[in-house]
Design a protein around this ligand. Structure first.
Ligand SMILES: [Zn+2]
Ligand SMILES: [Zn+2]
Length: 65
């Protein structure tokens, strides 16, 4: 398994992860202005948001609600 190290917290994640499973920082889009669409209502949220600002749905898998 190939691992990718988080640019923020330095912990290893599996390479196909879109974000760090520890600190939820995006890998490929790190430092860029990326929109994170809500899986529930499709509202565009800031990529650093952990929850949708409209319906408060968690935007990233593995989060505790
Ligand atoms: Zn991290
Ligand atoms: Zn939403």
């Amino acid at each position: 398994m190939i691992e990718e190290f988080c640019p923020k917290c330095g912990k290893p994640n599996v390479s196909q992860s879109a974000w760090c499973e520890y600190c939820l920082t995006y890998f490929n889009e790190y430092g860029k202005d990326v929109t994170l669409y809500c899986p529930e209502c499709s509202h565009p949220n800031d990529y650093n948001s952990s929850h949708c600002e409209v319906c408060y749905e968690p935007l990233k898998p593995g989060q505790v609600e």
